[in-house]
Every structure is written in C-alpha cells, then in structure tokens.
Design a protein around this ligand. Structure first.
Ligand code: GSH
Length: 369
C-alpha cells in the first residue's frame, strides 16, 4: 500500500532567482513537501554552510529535525526514498534511467547558456545583480550599485566569459538554446510533461534552467514567448501541478521525440564530460574543448562533473539485464554509448561525494579556482 506519511516542513536556504533553488522549489511543490524559502545572507551564511554541508552552494535544505543537506540531485533521490508515494520516477527502469540522464544534462549542460543569457545582456544582468545585491548581500555595508557591479563581474568571470564563452561561440550557444526550445516545443505540443500526462524527474531537472533563468530573464523569456509558447505553458503547468492530484499515465518506453535530445547529449554533453575528465586527470584547471562544432576556450575544470559521469555509469550498471540491453541500443543509436565509457579510469577523489546529500566534497564549478 502506498505510503501516506505527510512530510514535515523543511527550510530551503537559497536565493529566489537561483537555478538550483528553483529546481528544489519545483520538486517540493510537485511532490507536496511543505517548505519555507529562506534567503541566504552573505557573508555570514558562508561559514554556516561550510560547517553544516562542507560547501558554500545553494540550495541547502534543513530538515525539521535540524539535519542539513546539499546537492539537488542527491537530495531529491533521498526524499524519493523517504516518501515513496506519488512516484516521480517511473517504475519502468529504462524510463527511470532516461529521467536521470535528462536531469543530469539539464543541471550541468544548460547551466552555462542560462548564465550566459543572465549575465551577458545588460537588461538581465542589471535586474539580476540588483536583485541579488539586495537579497543575498543586503547586510554588506556598501551601496547597492557597487555590490551589483561586483556581482556582475564575479558571475561573468566565474560562469560565462570565464568558463568558455567567447565572442566567437556566443551565436552557437544561443542557437543551441533555440534548438532545445524547438525540441521541447514539439514534445509539449503532444503531451503536458516530458514522459506523459504526469510530471517526472525529467521535468524537475528542466525546471532548473527554465524556472528561474530562461523563463525569468528578459532576453530568453522573450525568445520563449515568441518561439516556444508551449514551453512557457509547461513552466507554469509544472509549478501548478501536485502529484497527489495526478491521475495521468506515463507514455510507454522512451518516445521517439526524445531522440533529438539524446542526440545532443551524445554529440555535445558527454564528449564535454570526457574532455573535463581529461583536464581533471591532467591537473589542468582550464581547458579548451570543441563539441558539436562549437569551441569552448578556457572552460573551467569541474571535479563534480567527473562524479556526474560516474553516476551516469552507475545508473546504467544498476539496470536489470533486459533494460540494460534496451538502454545500450538506445544510447548507441544516439552516440551516447562510446563517450559514456571513453575515459578509464575516472579521476575521482577518494570517496568523492560519498556522503551526499549530507555533505559535499566539490562544487559544480569553483569560481575562485
Ligand atoms: N550540484 C549542486 C549545484 C548547486 C549550485 O551550483 N548552486 C549555485 C547557485 S544556483 C551556487 O551555489 N554556486 C556557488 C557560487 O556561485 O559560489 C546542486 O544540484 O544543488
């Protein structure tokens, strides 16, 4: 019989325009887990986060019993194991694997374009920097304009021009976003959520880039309005859906229209993860990588994303034999198979991220490294 225990209210420490805070908000709402958003305040919270979860990154979640957690992906997996009613992850192992792959891609690959659109265009950069200067740096004794300027510079150096975006590849990065919109638009014209009539972990994954970035920042929002109105509807639909009230069904298997997304994962994301693993293995904090015809110069290395690649492998290896065979054929068809296994061994730290979601070892991208 389904579990009906009502979760207690949790505290979501984050920022109200942050990518991963927005992902957790969508998760908690859809899943019916009551939460209170508490805006992180710098610099005091830095010490508290480092003490409680090992890292300064948002969001961090505090359970009703006071225990702290970090990392949206592992937190969601933990909550799903605690409250197994109203399933967010399909029972079909192939669909579950597809969800985990899409979530990882949404988290890690769409971060850079989302940061680009936020910080490249002055209209969005001024809105976001003033907002964060007030929300997150409110207690820092300096004028808002100065804090906003410092934030814009930090975010560009950390996540856009300092992470592989150059004048030569901006057009291609923006074209990849528009291609994603076309792919998602085609899906949402056919059904309300990525895997059917009910939201899955794949939708929650995409709420990261979309909810607080692409569908909030003025430049990408206008592109979505004009080119992908069904995607805009999906953003609001997900926010307004409660799994407890959903009676819709999943689609069967992995539908054909997800093929274009898988092609992009195989063509760009997984090869990027391999190049990142090469860089980490070689001790290079910056590296150049060309994927799908687009050159990223001076991308930052990420130890965390080496672990992401390991996680994708582990999800595949955890599939039952029959599902492994189908998954392998699917991954092969979309050029995902070879890059999934290309690097051996992976340059992981000893026991890296073993204590997630309660303690993290590495940040997704270290802006100060
Ligand atoms: N893997 C983490 C990533 C969290 C993350 O990188 N959050 C960003 C803000 S949305 C952050 O805190 N960055 C740290 C910084 O900018 O120093 C998750 O899934 O929660």
């Amino acid at each position: 019989m389904a579990e009906t225990r009502t979760p207690q209210c949790v505290t979501l420490h984050g920022a109200s325009i942050s990518y991963f805070t927005g992902k957790m908000e969508n998760y908690f709402r859809v899943r019916g887990i009551p939460y209170r958003l508490r805006s992180m305040r710098q610099p005091a919270d830095k010490r508290m986060f480092e003490r409680e979860v090992g890292l300064m990154q948002v969001p961090a979640v505090q359970l009703a019993n006071g225990r702290w957690m970090t990392d949206s992906t592992k937190m969601i997996q933990w909550f799903e194991s605690q409250f197994p009613d109203y399933r967010l992850i399909p029972d079909d192992p192939l669909q579950a694997f597809a969800c985990l792959l899409l979530e990882d891609w949404a988290d890690e690959w769409w971060w850079r374009p989302a940061m680009h659109y936020r910080w490249h265009y002055p209209v969005g950069a001024h809105f976001a920097s003033r907002h964060l200067a007030t929300e997150v740096l409110g207690s820092v004794p300096a004028p808002v304009w100065l804090k906003a300027w410092v934030l814009r510079r930090r975010q560009r150096r950390g996540y856009t021009t300092g992470d592989g975006i150059t004048p030569a590849n901006v057009a291609a990065v923006e074209a990849s976003f528009k291609r994603l919109l076309g792919q998602l638009e085609a899906i949402f014209r056919n059904r309300p959520f990525i895997l059917g009539e009910r939201p899955s972990l794949a939708d929650i994954g995409f709420s990261g880039p979309f909810f607080r970035h692409f569908a909030l920042d003025p430049v990408p929002l206008e592109i979505i309005r004009q080119q992908a109105p069904a995607v805009l509807e999906w953003v609001a639909r997900l926010w307004n859906t409660r799994l407890a009230e959903c009676s819709g069904e999943w689609v069967r298997g992995v539908p054909e229209d997800l093929g274009a997304l898988l092609d992009d994962i195989g063509g760009a994301y997984l090869p990027y993860l391999c190049a990142n693993a090469d860089a980490v293995g070689a001790g290079k904090k910056r590296f150049d990588v060309e994927v799908d015809g687009v050159l990223f110069k001076g991308a930052r290395y990420s130890r965390y994303r080496v672990w992401c690649l390991q996680e994708l492998r582990a999800h595949y290896q955890g599939l039952p034999d029959a599902a492994q065979a189908v998954a392998k054929a699917l991954l092969r068809k979309h050029s995902c198979w070879e890059p999934l296994w290309r690097n051996e061994p992976l340059p992981l730290l000893p026991d890296q991220e073993k204590n997630l979601p309660f303690r993290g070892d590495t940040k997704m991208v270290g802006v100060n490294e």
